[in-house]
Design a protein around this ligand. Structure first.
Ligand SMILES: Cc1ncc(COP(=O)(O)O)c(C=O)c1O
Ligand SMILES: N[C@@H](CCCC[NH3+])C(=O)O
Length: 439
């Protein structure tokens, strides 16, 4: 069931008309469907939870740690926490948000190549499930931090399997030259070192090879290498209780290769690494959030070049609201909020007001004919949308609205210009003496 549908010619999110929300809250704005978030989490989790080969020896189901970075709005996190989601986090801020949303510490994973000592200390004191260690200096610092707190750090070591995959080179993480994780040989040496360190409890290994992966082949290749390394560690007399296989499964962005379903993914995982005597962790982000959200924008005007006839649809959303097209040449389907009666199409470059040519959502796209004031939606914008927003060009961050059935709530308001500027004022004492208010 799709929760973004046209009813009486108008796009609705669940039971709420998008036009009405745009009028009440103003544009640009992000809209999320609770039902879609819940459904995506359940479909993915059930696919993995239903596989007997993926139960741990103690009978635990895999931990599904939602990759908070995809959309860390607290209301979104809370919605997912209520479904049983854990959280894959990459900063103290994300750990704090996950906790505030009600995710239990024992369901929180902390990844990232540059955790600071303070962040490590916070994670340890919180008692999270595991820290995914990505390098030797990190392991050494973690040992020191844990020792000084009198705590033992539960870790897995992130291996860079040398198999990169994903929708763009900037989001491929498992290639041998990518910054994430250590080589298998180094991981095996580090694991041994960790096992003899009283401040560290090595629990297993982790990998995550990229994002927007539309083919199971590279995942299968990486996972089967991971299985080999679990066996190698055990052959060295080391205990391995956990295997974290990351996230990365792609979503159907309109006009792109259809990615494998969660059921196909679960089947591949069970066949490749099932029954390994470990507890599994998965870290889906985009899969849960991307198609649960849209960015709604209004056409400011249509600029038609007099000489060439090139038409620019100038809209009030910009690259500061949704950076994916500028950063990864990403494709987002664009739909009118109100279905036009006329089936005529126009060919448009859709651009925002920001002073960069990169602030172009698409070039030469055939869309229904649009005019100033019309509303349109960038589809599949629930993941890596609002979270990557900035105030570039002094534009306030777009507000976020969560819908459930026929109810809605602003779950992050648009900041006022005063809020935006309050922090940036030059203190009086800093100014030349003769220019101070007190002078
Ligand atoms: C370690 C880790 N886990 C999970 C994810 C989530 O990826 P995705 O949103 O593609 O599922 C990422 C992002 O690529 C990541 O770096
Ligand atoms: N921000 C990226 C995904 C990054 C994945 C996180 N490691 C995107 O919008 O596609």
């Amino acid at each position: 069931m799709n929760h973004f549908e046209y009813k009486n010619g108008e796009m609705h999110v669940e039971g709420v008309a998008v036009r009405e929300l745009a009028e009440r809250v103003g544009t640009p704005l992000y809209l999320y469907s609770s039902a879609t978030l819940e459904r995506h989490f359940q479909v993915f989790s059930q696919a993995l939870w239903s596989k007997e080969a993926l139960q741990s020896p103690k009978g635990e189901a895999p931990l599904i740690a939602y990759a908070t970075k995809a959309n860390s709005n607290l209301a979104v996190l809370q919605t997912l926490a209520e479904q049983g989601a854990g959280a894959d986090t990459v900063s103290e801020g994300e750990i704090r948000k996950a906790l505030m949303a009600g995710v239990a510490p024992e369901k929180i994973v902390f990844s990232g190549v540059g955790k600071t000592n303070d962040e490590m200390a916070f994670a340890l004191k919180t008692g999270i499930y595991q820290i995914n260690v990505e390098s030797r200096p990190e392991l050494e610092r973690l040992s020191h931090v844990a020792g000084s707190l009198g705590l033992v750090a539960p870790i897995v070591i992130r291996i860079n399997p040398g198999v990169g995959a994903g929708g763009h080179s900037k989001i491929t993480t498992g290639g041998a030259k990518d910054k994430f994780g250590v080589s298998a040989a180094e991981a095996i040496a580090l694991y041994g070192q960790a096992a003899s360190d009283p401040n560290i409890a090595p629990m297993g290994i982790a990998c995550h090879i990229g994002s927007q992966i539309s083919d199971l082949t590279p995942m299968q290749a990486a996972f089967s290498k991971m299985k080999g390394w679990v066996q190698e560690l055990r052959a060295n007399g080391l205990s391995v209780e956990r295997l974290d296989l990351g996230g990365g499964l792609g979503v159907p962005y309109f006009n792109q290769p259809e990615p494998p379903s969660p059921a196909d993914f679960a089947q591949m995982v069970a066949l490749t690494v099932g029954n390994l005597g470990v507890r599994y962790t998965f870290e889906p982000g985009r899969l849960i959030a991307a198609n649960a959200g849209i960015l709604v924008s209004r056409v400011i005007h249509v600029h038609e070049r007099a000489d060439s006839g090139q038409k620019f649809l100038v809209v009030d959303a910009a690259m500061n609201d949704l950076i994916r097209p500028a950063m990864y040449d990403a494709y987002h389907d664009i739909r009118p909020v109100c279905e036009p009666k006329d089936t005529k199409k126009g060919t448009y470059d859709v651009v925002g007001p920001v002073c960069e040519t990169g602030d172009t959502f698409t070039r030469g796209r055939d869309l229904p004919v649009m005019k100033a004031g019309d509303l349109m939606a960038f589809m599949s914008a629930g993941a890596y949308g609002a979270v990557m927003g900035s105030e570039y060009n002094s534009r306030p961050l777009a507000p976020e609205v969560l819908v459930r059935d026929d109810k809605w709530a602003v779950v992050r308001p648009r900041p006022s210009y005063e809020d935006m500027m309050n922090q940036e004022v030059l203190p009086d004492w800093f100014r030349p003496r003769n220019m101070r208010a007190s002078a």
